[in-house]
Design a protein around this ligand. Structure first.
Ligand SMILES: Nc1nc2c(ncn2[C@@H]2O[C@H](COP(=O)(O)OP(=O)(O)OP(=O)(O)O)[C@@H](O)[C@H]2O)c(=O)[nH]1
Ligand SMILES: [Mg+2]
Length: 278
């Protein structure tokens, strides 16, 4: 018997959704940061087993809409939930869910399990959940996999939704763009990250070297200055770490050029949001 189906991973920003997807898939599918609202798109992470294929859908953190980008992100969450076989609602174990959050969980129109995350941390709180896990140590991920499989539709024969060689639906270009954004989140202060986006503008190969040009879009000249940093140091760090990731992904030498661009108030401009792919 073969099991195959979709699982949406939902929860507030920073709950550990992307970390869980990466841990279950065993590859870096989604970027991680300690800043809220890191994930903007629905990203598929595919877990392939002998007799199963689980398609995990990473989603942006659930939050109240402020600008057009936020609204687009929440639309992504709603569309991820519709039609899945199971929703895992993640709650950061070091926080306590409030009544609004419980209300939200109760209204999800799909089978839902509440998962407490970050079990490895010292200050984990006591609250009702179906399972406690740590993506960092891998604790209880085997139990989580069993729980997920219970909800997956069964088939008499092999039934792959995606080719079994794939671990994500996203392109190499997307993964590299996201890696640039992750490194920018890492090296920039709280106020800048939400206002940045990355677009890969050129991607070509010549003599076994991959050349990548990327635009790093931000909201104003002050942010641009912070991204570039003193003597270009910050941008250099972002670029060299993202290049290392690209090389490990492509198994080729990579030349990566990042251009910092200002697009005033882009998070309220539907055409810019669309062109950036959100
Ligand atoms: N100690 C510990 N930290 C974790 C664990 N899972 C996630 N984190 C940390 O929690 C922070 C948020 O993790 P993400 O996986 O980016 O969270 P997310 O839910 O995808 O966040 P958004 O995309 O912003 O909605 C990061 O700093 C992670 O390193 C865990 O199991 N243990
Ligand atoms: Mg995320």
């Amino acid at each position: 018997m073969f099991r195959a189906g979709y699982v949406a991973i939902v929860g507030l920003a920073n709950a550990g959704k992307s970390s869980l997807i990466n841990a279950l898939v065993g590859e870096k599918v989604a970027i991680i940061s300690n800043k809220p609202q890191t994930t903007r798109d629905n990203i598929l992470g595919i877990v392939n087993g002998e007799d199963y294929q689980i398609v995990l859908v990473d989603t942006p953190g659930v939050h109240h809409s402020k600008n057009t980008l936020d609204k687009a992100m929440m639309k992504n969450v709603r569309s991820a939930i519709s039609g899945v076989d199971l929703v895992l609602y993640l709650i950061d174990g070091t926080t306590i869910p409030n009544s609004e959050e419980i209300e939200y969980i109760n209204h999800i129109e799909a089978p839902t399990k509440v998962i407490k995350t970050k079990l490895d941390l010292k200050n984990v709180k006591d609250f009702n959940c179906d399972l406690e896990i740590s993506s960092k140590t891998g604790q209880n991920l085997d139990k989580l996999l069993d729980l997920i499989l219970e909800f997956m539709p069964t088939y008499e024969e092999e039934h792959h939704i995606y080719d079994k060689d794939y671990y994500t639906d996203k392109s190499v270009k997307f993964l590299i763009g996201e890696e640039i954004r992750e490194k920018a989140l890492l090296y920039l202060r709280q106020e800048v990250p939400h206002g940045i986006a990355v677009e890969i503008t050129r991607f070509w190969e010549e003599d076994n070297v991959v050349y990548i040009d990327a635009d790093l879009v931000c909201e104003n000249d002050r942010h641009k200055g912070m991204i570039i940093g003193k003597g270009g140091q910050t941008l250099k760090k972002i670029g060299s770490e993202a290049r290392a990731f690209a090389e490990s992904l492509l198994l080729k030498k990579v030349v990566l050029k990042i251009f910092v661009k200002v697009e005033k108030d882009w998070r309220n401009k539907p055409n810019v949001i669309k062109s950036l792919g959100y």
